[in-house]
Design a protein around this ligand. Structure first.
Ligand SMILES: *[C@@H]1O[C@H](CO)[C@@H](O)[C@H](O)[C@H]1NC(C)=O
Ligand SMILES: *[C@@H]1O[C@H](CO)[C@@H](O)[C@H](O)[C@H]1NC(C)=O
Ligand SMILES: *[C@@H]1O[C@H](CO)[C@@H](O)[C@H](O)[C@H]1NC(C)=O
Ligand SMILES: *[C@@H]1O[C@H](CO)[C@@H](O)[C@H](O)[C@H]1NC(C)=O
Ligand SMILES: *[C@@H]1O[C@H](CO)[C@@H](O)[C@H](O)[C@H]1NC(C)=O
Ligand SMILES: *[C@@H]1O[C@H](CO)[C@@H](O)[C@H](O)[C@H]1NC(C)=O
Ligand SMILES: *[C@@H]1O[C@H](CO)[C@@H](O)[C@H](O)[C@H]1NC(C)=O
Length: 451
């Protein structure tokens, strides 16, 4: 006799299987970006006037060139600048474009699933004069390619979204660069010059031909919740390079790229000295960064206009060649001073803290070897980590001594190597409290801070 309970067990068993399959299917569908049960997130209206890229004739099929559509949208936003400006919504799709300029009082909103794709047609990239504080392109003499998204002399621009993407399709550029086939320095993905009140939040930047995000001589730059990705073998694909800027805040970002994740700069040798614009008041906090071939957070090597008042706080650096680094060279002039690092974690890093004063790399042979940089007043409070090969290497020189170093609370566990793990030359300063590994002799050990 088949009992009632046997049947219901069988039914329950079937139900469970069906439910499992439904869940699996639902999960798979969501992985592919198709949200079956939830509609796309509604796009907030952030400006008095809202435009849709599609209304300018754009096609998000990955092959249609939408440059004219972006440019027309920017013109439409210029016309409403006096009324608080306009927002340009970019919906799901792959929107191919050549470089274009953005404008003041504009919000570029990238919806979930929206990707702005950079053209690989080199003839569509404008050629711009060198940056005045560099005197030439960074990697090749003469002018340089413009950037995919470019803003010059603008005020109040926002790039945001529901984590939409700007993809520079850099692979072609990286190959050309490696084969030495390019005539000019590669373009940035996003660049602002001589601009103020720039905000970049909740977007993904990836595969830039060259540096990803380069604010140059700007005031009030906020970068939050941005993901920056490029393969490890993508040359010079720095994440964020604040350059001769004032009041910069970078927080809550994830960066994994083929060069420095962050590099704070201010011009190159005599060009930077003449341009004379320091990078001042920069905060980098709550970040996770990965730079397999370079550094997590760098200062320099271009620092000829001076760099001061930098706070690097709550930064987690993993799988990197170097953790935090200051690099400069005779010929640079300028200074790096009043730099504070707090609560930095290093996991699986080759060299933890690096100061290097003989970096070399000059724009031309006209640099003045007597133009000596100043490196002073650098505090490091709370540095933790594991699997670090050389926790500290700070090398000043007779010409460029390092002064005013203060290290407090350090506990960095080593890989197997035990020798030369904390080395210094031409350095003056002190360590306070518990510092592991044992500091170099040049740093004076103090048990308690003298207030
Ligand atoms: C833009 O307009 C197109 C066509 O009218 C529409 O399908 C799309 O949902 C709109 N996108 C946004 C982001 O408003
Ligand atoms: C953007 O503006 C700059 C400065 O006016 C100009 O040189 C450049 O050609 C413009 N770029 C594009 C793509 O129009
Ligand atoms: C944004 O997209 C990137 C790339 O797909 C992803 O790695 C990141 O986790 C996303 N960020 C958020 C907040 O969803
Ligand atoms: C920068 O921001 C501060 C504080 O919001 C503001 O007072 C100042 O005017 C801004 N600077 C520029 C050049 O817009
Ligand atoms: C420094 O920059 C921050 C933004 O990171 C800003 O809030 C602050 O007002 C700036 N400080 C000064 C003295 O301008
Ligand atoms: C230190 O930084 C980490 C991120 O690397 C963060 O999770 C932690 O909360 C910070 N600790 C303090 C005391 O701020
Ligand atoms: C470093 O700090 C000391 C003590 O506050 C100060 O006297 C010195 O001028 C500072 N050095 C530089 C280069 O600013």
């Amino acid at each position: 006799m088949t009992s009632f309970t046997q049947i219901s067990y069988r039914n329950a068993f079937c139900m469970c299987w069906m439910l499992s399959f439904a869940l699996l299917f639902y999960w798979q569908a969501n992985l592919r970006g198709r949200h079956m049960f939830f509609p796309p997130r509604p796009i907030p209206n952030l400006r008095p006037h809202v435009f849709n890229l599609s209304d300018f004739g754009a096609v998000g099929d990955g092959t249609t060139d939408n440059t004219k559509c972006f440019e027309d949208a920017v013109v439409a936003i210029k016309e409403v600048a006096r009324e608080g400006g306009g927002q340009l919504n970019v919906g799901p799709g792959r929107w191919l474009t050549a470089p274009f300029n953005v404008t003041s009082h504009m919000t570029l909103f990238l919806a979930q699933g929206a990707t702005v794709v950079g053209s690989q047609d080199v003839n569509l990239w404008p050629i711009l004069p060198p940056l005045p504080s560099y005197g030439r392109g960074r990697e090749l003499p003469g002018p340089r390619y413009g950037s995919l998204i470019h803003g010059q002399h603008i005020n109040d621009f926002v790039l945001t979204g529901h984590n939409g993407t700007i993809d520079g399709q850099g692979a072609w550029w990286w190959e050309q660069f490696k084969k030495k086939k390019l005539q000019y320095t590669r373009g940035r993905l996003v660049q602002f010059m001589w601009s103020s009140n720039i905000k970049i939040t909740d977007v993904t930047l990836q595969n830039s031909p060259f540096w990803h995000l380069h604010p140059y001589d700007c005031t009030n730059v906020t970068i939050q919740g941005v993901t920056i990705l490029a393969p490890v073998n993508a040359p010079n694909t720095d994440g964020i390079d604040p350059d001769s800027c004032r009041n910069v805040l970078v927080e809550d970002c994830y960066i994994s790229v083929g060069d420095d994740a962050i590099a704070i700069k201010s011009g190159w040798d005599k060009y930077g000295i003449e341009y004379n614009r320091p990078c001042v008041n920069v905060t980098i906090r709550n970040m996770v960064v990965h730079s397999e071939i370079s550094a997590g957070v760098s200062i320099g090597s271009e620092m000829s206009g001076g760099i001061e008042q930098v706070l690097v706080e709550g930064v987690h650096i993993w799988g990197s060649r170097r953790g935090i680094r200051i690099k400069t060279s005779p010929g640079r002039g300028g200074y790096v001073k009043n730099i504070h690092y707090q609560n930095v974690t290093l996991i699986d890093v080759r060299v933890g803290i690096v100061i290097k004063t003989d970096y070399g790399e000059h724009p031309d042979s006209e640099f003045d070897p007597e133009a000596l940089p100043v490196v002073a007043n650098i505090s490091i409070d709370g540095i933790y980590g594991s699997s670090v090969r050389y926790p500290v290497r700070m090398f000043g020189s007779q010409e460029v001594p390092i002064t005013g170093i203060e290290i407090r609370n350090m506990d960095v566990q080593l890989t197997s190597k035990k020798k030369n793990v904390f080395t210094c030359e031409f350095i003056q300063g002190r360590v306070i409290g518990k510092v592991f590994p044992t500091p170099c002799k040049a740093l004076v050990q103090e048990e308690f801070a003298i207030v």
